[in-house]
Write a protein of this length. Structure first.
Length: 83
């Protein structure tokens, strides 16, 4: 069965219903929450080859923690020369 369409719905370029009133939202500001988002996180860009190996931040953090633990375990404590 074919859907019936009226002329008003075919001429509209937006897909919002007429009862939605966006004027109450105020002016749209690009980057409004940028500083807030950046201040709460450390963003690091990794190469695409590494992104395939580490698909999410949890796997990156786990690998870095293991690396730090291994480095600490393999470090030889230095002794000061005796006088």
């Amino acid at each position: 069965m074919k859907k019936s369409t009226d002329k008003a719905s075919t001429n509209r370029t937006d897909h919002l219903r007429p009862e939605y009133n966006l004027s109450g939202l105020g002016p749209m500001v690009r980057g409004k929450y940028y500083q807030q988002a950046v201040s709460g996180s450390n963003l690091i860009v990794i190469e695409p080859q590494l992104a395939r190996v580490f698909p999410d931040s949890e796997s990156v953090n786990r690998a870095l923690r293991m690396l730090v633990k291994t480095a600490k375990a393999s470090a030889v404590p230095r002794q000061l020369p005796r006088n």
